[in-house]
Design a protein around this ligand. Sequence first.
Ligand code: SF4
Length: 468
Amino acid sequence: MNLTPKLFKTYAKRGLNNPRLRKTYRFATQHALEKRLHVIQEVPEWEALRDRAHQIKEEAIDRLDHYLEMLETNVIANGGKVFWARDGKEASDYILEVARRIRARTVVKSKSMTTEEIGLSRTLEENQLEPVETDLGEYIIQLAHEWPSHITAPALHKTRGEVGELFAEKLGIPYTDVPEVLCEVARRFLRSKFLAAELGISGVNFALADTGAVVVVENEGNARLSTTMPRVHIAVMGLEKVIPGWADLPVFLRLLARSSTGQKQTSYVSLIGSPRRPGEMDGPEEFHLVILDNGRTEILKDPKMRESLFCIRCGACLNTCPIYQRVGGHAYGSVYSGPIGAVITPLFQGLEVAKDLPYASSLCGACSGICPVKIDIHHMLLWLRKQVVENGGTPWQERLAMKFYLAGMKDRTLYDLGSRAVRLALKLSGRQSRPLNVPGWTDTRDFPPLAEKSFKTLWKELKRQEET
Ligand code: SF4
């Protein structure tokens, strides 16, 4: 399935008209929010932690060049290689070059939204390689040829019954919806791929500038296998993933698992510092770090938007968003969905392609309220709406109505004349006392009839009564 943010309204309608999907999203997001609430209550210094995380990210992003260079120096000193990729093509070409050199056929992948962002699996397939997603959720959507519907739970939109049907169809096993059996089937299949793979590709949750280590946080152990079993490991990170150093890591580890899965800590936290050293029993022979820009330095230049680079991809803003809960992750037409997806997709792909996404919000502010690094998400959405309007991205009827509204709001006489004219028009058409029908607006909400007298008239009458 090919997705594009251009079709947000169409996809959203599809999601809204699917009661099964809405129920699945409601259940999954509420469950995640309840678990989160439970574990953060055990941390009295939660707000202070969020403030600290914000400060650390601010420092890292303000001095990004400094920390990235420090990271590069340390990765090389540890025996790794660093490749700077301007865009997805450069990153993919580099990975293909490594794969060809080591004659790789099977590539195991784990924990990488960044490789989803650049469509790496498709590129690998087109070049006769076999990419295998090893995290269960990613594996399910790879089998289904779909896109992730959530930043941390990519197969959130699927029920276990659907996963059972998928496994029966694609893997030829008898149908079952028992999670333990399905996990066992996936485990057996994936184990053989881990053993066969020559190349492992992972994402990066954090990159520590002061040591040159990358950190991968997960629950299934697949990232650890992907990064240690194949001969070569390539980690792909967006350049915003760097943090100053080791001492900052606990702040993020405490926030990430709680915000994401409602756990105190994930089952695995892997720190990958170097390729295998002489005398070591395991680990890859080569370690490569691909540092991807792909539009991020443009975001960095924009003072209103650069905070979006603070995101640690926990997914909490998706869970709490009333729009995401109803329309679902695929509606956004991007691998990044929910409120943060509605901010960064227009920045990555251009507002002309993704102009509807900033409107995929009620602006209630729940996203900003829950974000563990205190990103002011809903104000960014508001700012993007301003850009859409200024670039003429709204319908002409809306622009015209807004012009009238603005003129009326600036001039008292014009306002009075306008409201009188509307009242008169409604009276003459006999619709004064009936609810109005405004195509588009009243499809989903009411437009109550206008009051017989305006507030101003009532106020004047009241004053007159008081005086007499
Ligand atoms: S914007 Fe904040 S809440 Fe949303 S995914 Fe990123 S870190 Fe999590």
